[in-house]
Design a protein around this ligand. Structure first.
Ligand code: NAD
Length: 333
């Protein structure tokens, strides 16, 4: 099948070419993001492969359909950026990679916690400059602390298990509790999780209910000096509210791998440009904030799984045989 792959980076090409040896699809690797202006590049391709910051609005989907696209193969788990109703109306089949390596994201959340707690990024810079002072680098033992996990699905449960290994007490909140999760965490209400946790990590999808789940009111219910970690989706957090929380000291540490307006920033080298997003720039001024550019998924294992599952989805669609991980309205984002 002919596949137009948008937002291609060098690593996508490497891993997709390798995985495609088993499938023999014809892939056109396109660097631009999928946008209304770039959608016509899909002409002549029956499948489009899109990533998390591609525009999958009704306008773009209509344009893809007009250019002969039948299958939208997302190389991500989340699909909150997709107008699923429009895809259904247009008769576009949408597939995704439901799980590629929950360990990758869970472990990255832990990397943010350790980096923030022990100020690894500040220590690294100091030592390089011959500054061996420990002032300002004081951390805390994770052992004995309480960690709150919002969303106890695949990633949340693995994260909870790792934190249990550090000797933390782990609380979980999920509107659909999983009895299996209770081996690594104890379910509580969201209110109790906010008020008791020293560290709160978000592992729920972005839905209308979870949008801004961390707003000013939520921050006000948290412990003083709480550490907040978001490796899920930027819009779970009202950035203005957490900036106020950082200024007041209510939030003691903030670790983000995702950001509300990341589409304009992440996955690009903007080091020679002036960042126009003042809210993001303000975040970077805090010594107790650590931001990474949506790299939670970025391990060899996860990228291999993403490429293999995406191409298997295309093959299943083409042959009508095998597992097609279809996105349907019932599954949520
Ligand atoms: P999952 O579907 O296995 O688990 C999500 C859990 O969230 C489910 O148990 C669900 O019941 C729960 N949930 C739904 N609504 C909720 C709410 N209102 N409050 C609390 N919990 C709620 O998904 P997963 O594989 O564990 O992935 C979790 C999220 O991680 C994804 O939705 C995605 O946004 C994010 N993610 C990020 C990266 C990255 O690179 N940073 C990569 C993959 C996934």
């Amino acid at each position: 099948m002919k596949i137009a792959m948008f937002s291609t980076k060098s690593y996508d090409k490497t891993y997709f070419e390798r995985a495609n040896r088993a499938h023999g699809h014809e892939i056109t690797f396109l660097e631009p993001r999928l946008l209304p202006e770039t959608a016509p590049l899909a002409a002549g391709h029956a499948a489009v492969c899109a990533f998390v910051n591609d525009d999958l609005s009704a306008e773009v989907l209509r344009s893809l359909k007009e250019h002969g696209v039948e299958l939208l193969a997302l190389r991500s788990a989340g699909f909150n950026h997709l107008d699923l109703e429009a895809a259904d109306d247009l008769g576009l089949t949408v597939a995704r990679v439901p799980a590629y390596s929950p360990h990758a994201v869970a472990e990255h959340a832990v990397a943010l916690i350790l980096g923030l707690n022990r100020k690894v990024f500040r220590a690294y810079n100091r030592v390089r400059e011959g500054n061996f002072s420990l002032e300002g680098l004081l951390g805390f033992d994770l052992h004995g602390r309480t960690v709150g996990v919002v969303g106890t699905g695949r990633i949340g449960q693995i994260f909870a298990g790792i934190m249990r290994g550090f000797g933390c007490e782990v609380l979980g909140y999920d509107p659909y509790p999983d009895p299996d999760a209770e081996t690594v965490l104890s379910y509580v209400s969201l209110d109790e999780l906010f008020s008791r946790s020293h560290i709160i990590s978000l592992h729920c999808p972005l839905t209308p209910e979870t949008r801004d789940i961390i707003d000013a009111e939520a921050v006000a219910r948290m412990r003083d000096g709480v550490m907040l970690i978001n490796t899920s989706r930027g819009h779970l957090v009202d950035t203005g509210a957490v900036i106020d929380g950082l200024k007041s000291g209510r939030i003691g540490h903030l670790g983000l791998d995702v950001y509300e307006e990341e589409e304009e920033l992440f996955f690009q080298d903007l080091s020679g440009q002036v960042i126009q997003d003042d809210v993001f720039s303000r975040l970077l001024t805090f010594p107790n904030v650590l931001v990474t550019g949506h790299q939670g998924f970025f391990t060899q294992e996860a990228v291999t799984n993403i490429a293999e599952t995406t191409l298997a989805n295309v093959t299943a669609f083409e042959s009508g045989d095998g597992d097609l991980h279809r996105v349907t309205a019932a599954k949520g984002a």
